[in-house]
Each structure stands twice: as structure tokens, then as C-alpha cells.
Design a protein around this ligand. Structure first.
Ligand code: MTE
Ligand code: CO
Length: 427
């Protein structure tokens, strides 16, 4: 989608002097794009030859499993210790403000566990499929890998993402307000194929997916969903699942709340009614203003967030500025993302760049000129069903403020003249 503020060609970029204040060749001071001095070592800058050019580097396989540059140490998952009583039942958040594109690097994908990380020896792993089937199965990991497999890129969003923001702006950065999401590629076996192998009975209406972790977390999934697009994944971004993501196998439930994506999957039981497990009765239900609770609210509605600028990614320079973020919808593809600079009074269509996939994140950009004025930055996602991401006020009008879950309201970032960014709300 074309953004009128986005330069259409690189030609125009150069005419606009994109990096005003950038160091000119031959200049002596080391200055950044905003004119401030940088902490560079002048001995390493042109025309000098830096040490990494004067001698050979490490040979191959110095790091048999690659790690990010040591200069990127700050790009990590973080937790908020006062949020939860223990670290075993807690969450660490994806550093969205440090990422670009749509794929979350495996080591940065947020983690949510109710009973800590189960460390499972793949030799001792078993998946049981039983209940309303003609032939119960007990499968090893090697068995799972023998079935036909599929590759799917999907987002996983915890229903509690943005949950702390129901009663007002609270947490300081998109890592914390929106970082309970990741978007990765899964490889695994469609549940439909396993159920066919087990001989699904016609009376089947629900499946129970149960984890082998200390929480033995279980969720009921309607059989239509299980047969439609659920996958038992054992790979993530090409390699085997990480322990924190459910090694060696987890359930993938495209577009539906993260809690249903049972990790360390040990059992699928087929039944004719939901199991009313803890996580679908006491938890992951939405308490409304009248005291009634919405239940089985599986689909994650369209949502978006500007990842930079944001409180952890302040603006460092004046002039041309790329505003960027992520959008997603549990109901299909994202069709459009709008960006506002004035708290939702005026909107412009952002440019979506990269893959636009069904129930995956999309990456959007809007190029703006910033000269130090206050901005109230917002983004709103519109999906292919025509659904428009609501304002927080609209959401509260219908849902009240008792909820923790399913908060997909529009986020506002206040960009101050200093370039710092605050989490605020507009009325
Ligand atoms: N599965 C098991 N067995 N145990 C858990 O604690 N947490 C659930 C779900 N699956 C959980 C689980 C919740 S609430 C979410 S949001 C997702 O896993 C998080 O997946 P991730 O850790 O890969 O981000
Ligand atoms: Co969750």
C-alpha cells in the first residue's frame, strides 16, 4: 500500500538528504545523523585501517552453534518480576522494538509457562491419541516425523498480551505492552492426518490437548478447528523446537489464543464435549461489567503496534523518520494498516512490506518528517474480513475494565520534543 509520505524512489531519497548532519567525507569530528558526537574510536575510522582488517579472524566453526554479535547483547527477552509470583509460572517478552521484518528469531520468542520448562528426552517422548477413535495410538517422536508434514508461518499471541493496559497506560515499552507475540515458521503433522490414522469416530466434537509439563496444561479445541488447520509441530524456524517452546512437540492453533497452543504435547483425547479445564473456565475468560464472563473466546482479533519509535526506541534525529510496526489478525490476512500522528484524528495508509500471510504478522512502514513536534503515534489494523482494530475506549464500552485478556485496542505513543517516547492514552 503506497504511503504518500514514503519516498517512492531512491532518487527522491537522495534529493531529500536523508541523513542530514551525517559525517561528510574528510570531516574530522565523528558525528551521528543528529549532529551529536559518537563514541567511535577514531583509530578505527577511515582513512585508518582497523584491527579487524589487519589480521585474520576466527576460522569456521569457532562457534558451532551461531550466536548474535556480542554488540547486540541488549537484544534479549525480558521479564517484569512484580507481574508474577514465581518465575516458573511467568512470562518473558519478545523485544519487538529491536526487530524488523515478520519472523521472530527463535532465541527471542516470548515464553509463557505455567509450570516451568519441561526438559524432555526425545527417546522418552510419547504422544497418545485416544478417546473417540477406533484405534488409539502411542507415537514416538520418530513416528511423528514419518507422517506427511507441512510448513506454516503463523503468529502466536497470548490472550493476556496488553492485559496490563486494560485500566490505563501502564508498562513502559512495546516489549512489555505487546511482546507476548511471536511469528515463526512451524513444521509438523496436520492433526487431521493423525486423527485419520487413529480412526476418528463420527461422534467426535472436541479434542483435549494436554502438556507433559508440571502444569499438565490442557485445553479443549473444537474438532472442526482441529481438523481444519491445527498442526503438531516439532520444528520452529527449521530447527527442532526450543525447550521453552515445547520441545519436542507442540500444538499449533492458527489465529487462536496462545494458551491453546499446548507445549510438550503428550496427549490428544477425542470427546464429545469440552473438558472445562482450568485454563478455559477460571482463566482465559473475559469478565464483563455485569459480572458475566465471555467464555471460549478463541480467535485473536486484528491488532497492531508501532514498534519504533516507542518508549524503548526513542527518536534519535530530526528529519526523515521511518515509523514501523507489526499488525496481525486471527481471522485471516491483514489488508491495511493505518498510521496516525495526532492521536487518531487523521489517518494515512502505511506501506506493508514483505510477506502478507494468513494469520501471520505483517510489517508496516510510514515515512514521516519530524522536526521536534509532539506526536501521538497510533496504528490500526484492518483485516480481510473488514474488521477494524478498535480504540481502547470502544473496547471498554463493550467489555468493561475487569478483563485481563483479549485487549486489542489501539496503542498510543507520545513522542516528546526530546525524542523520548511515552505510553499514553488519548480520550
Ligand atoms: N503449554 C503447556 N504445556 N504449558 C504452558 O504453560 N502456556 C500457554 C501455551 N502452551 C503453556 C502451554 C500459553 S498461556 C501461551 S501464551 C503459549 O503456550 C506461549 O507459547 P510460547 O512459550 O512459545 O511463547
Ligand atoms: Co498465554
Amino acid at each position: 500500500m503506497a504511503d504518500p509520505a514514503d519516498p517512492p524512489s531512491s532518487d527522491r531519497l537522495s534529493r531529500r538528504r536523508l541523513l542530514q548532519g551525517a559525517a561528510a567525507l574528510g570531516g574530522s569530528a565523528v558525528v551521528g545523523a543528529d549532529g551529536s558526537e559518537l563514541a567511535a574510536n577514531p583509530n578505527n575510522l577511515p582513512p585508518n585501517v582497523p584491527p579487524w582488517t589487519r589480521s585474520l579472524g576466527d576460522g569456521v566453526a569457532a562457534r558451532p552453534y551461531g550466536q548474535p554479535s556480542t554488540f547486540e547483547k541488549h537484544v534479549v527477552r525480558r521479564d517484569v518480576q512484580w507481574l508474577t509470583a514465581s518465575r516458573e509460572s511467568s512470562v518473558s517478552f519478545t523485544p519487538l522494538h529491536e526487530l524488523d521484518g515478520i519472523i521472530t528469531p527463535s532465541g527471542l520468542a516470548f515464553e509463557r509457562h505455567h509450570g516451568g520448562i519441561a526438559e524432555i528426552d526425545p527417546e522418552d517422548y510419547r504422544l497418545i491419541v485416544h478417546g473417540l477413535v477406533g484405534k488409539p495410538l502411542m507415537l514416538t517422536l520418530a513416528d511423528l516425523k514419518r507422517f506427511p508434514r507441512v510448513n506454516r508461518i503463523h503468529f502466536l499471541e497470548c490472550a493476556a498480551n496488553s492485559g496490563m493496559e486494560w485500566r490505563g497506560a501502564q508498562l513502559d515499552g512495546c516489549q512489555y505492552t505487546h511482546g507476548m507475540i511471536h511469528c515463526v515458521e512451524y513444521t509438523g503433522v496436520p492433526v487431521k492426518i493423525l486423527l485419520a490414522e487413529a480412526g476418528l469416530k463420527t461422534t467426535a466434537k472436541w479434542i483435549l490437548a494436554e502438556g507433559a509439563d508440571a502444569a499438565a496444561m490442557g485445553r479443549s479445541v473444537p474438532i472442526a478447528k482441529a481438523l481444519d488447520d491445527c498442526v503438531i509441530a516439532y520444528r520452529m524456524n527449521g530447527e527442532m523446537l526450543r525447550p521453552e517452546q515445547g520441545y519436542p512437540a507442540r500444538l499449533v492453533v492458527p489465529g487462536w489464543e496462545g494458551n491453546m497452543w499446548v507445549k510438550w504435547l503428550r496427549r490428544i483425547k477425542v470427546g464429545d464435549q469440552p473438558w472445562q479445564a482450568r485454563e478455559e473456565t477460571a482463566k482465559y475468560t473475559d469478565l464483563l461489567a455485569d459480572g458475566k464472563a465471555r467464555r471460549f473466546t478463541f480467535v485473536m482479533d486484528a491488532k497492531s503496534v508501532i514498534t519504533a519509535p516507542s518508549p524503548q526506541a526513542p527518536v534519535a534525529h530530526k528529519g526523515f523518520l521511518v515509523v514501523t510496526g507489526l499488525a496481525w489478525s486471527g481471522r485471516g490476512k491483514v489488508q491495511r494498516v493505518d498510521v496516525s500522528l495526532d492521536g487518531g484524528r487523521n489517518w494515512r495508509a502505511a506501506r506493508i512490506d514483505g510477506l502478507v500471510l494468513d494469520r501471520a504478522c505483517v510489517r508496516f512502514y510510514a515515512g514521516i518528517e519530524w522536526h521536534g513536534e509532539d506526536l501521538l503515534l497510533q496504528s490500526r489494523a484492518i483485516d480481510e474480513t473488514g474488521y477494524v482494530q478498535p480504540t481502547k475506549a470502544d473496547l471498554r464500552r463493550i467489555r468493561g475494565v475487569n478483563s485481563v485478556y483479549h485487549n486489542n485496542g489501539i496503542q498510543t505513543w507520545h513522542v516528546l520534543p526530546s525524542g523520548e517516547v511515552e505510553n499514553v492514552e488519548v480520550s
